[in-house]
Design a protein around this ligand. Structure first.
Ligand code: 4NP
Length: 156
């Protein structure tokens, strides 16, 4: 059976679409694409129907990632359907836990930065109101943490 992974941030136009693309590139490279269903969603529906933020797309493109996702909000059904729900920051984590309706939902929720090789950051900071460095940091953190996240899933 496929492992279903949902990456979640606030707007689903910067961090979680990037996490989706970085993780997809990783499992493609390692030959595990068929074993996963990967998606992303936002705590908010503010940008529903929109493609990823232009700036995020440009930074991702420079590293070879194509951001294809269209923003959608997290739904109640997501908590039943996905095996892993990965929050980008502490607020996302809290919001997801608040929305979990069953103990097994809570067990699916993780924080992206908990998978960093070195605990340099306790969240993937929101890049929306900042400059170029913020977008680069998002990609740096995701490239590292998604690798350890994949190892974590494989050990289960
Ligand atoms: P994201 O970034 O959560 O990484 O997609 C944001 C996008 C939009 C807003 C905030 C964060 N916003 O306030 O509209």
């Amino acid at each position: 059976m496929k492992q279903k992974v949902l990456f979640v941030c606030l707007g689903n136009i910067c961090r979680s679409p990037s996490a989706e693309a970085v993780f997809n590139a990783l499992i493609e490279k390692e030959g595990f694409s068929e074993k996963f269903d990967v998606d992303s969603a936002g705590i908010s529906g503010w940008h529903q129907g929109e493609p990823a933020d232009r700036r995020m797309q440009q930074h991702a493109q420079k590293r070879g990632y194509n951001l294809t996702s269209i923003s959608r909000p997290v739904t109640a059904k997501d908590f039943d359907e996905f095996d892993y729900i990965i929050a980008m920051d502490q607020a996302n984590l809290r919001d997801l836990k608040d929305r979990a309706r069953k103990p097994e939902h809570l067990k699916k929720i993780f924080l992206m930065t908990d998978f960093l090789t070195n605990p340099t950051h306790s969240e993937v900071p929101d890049p929306y109101y900042g400059g170029n460095q913020g977008f680069e940091l998002v990609l740096d953190l995701l490239e590292d943490s998604t690798q350890n996240f994949l190892r974590f899933i494989q050990q289960k």
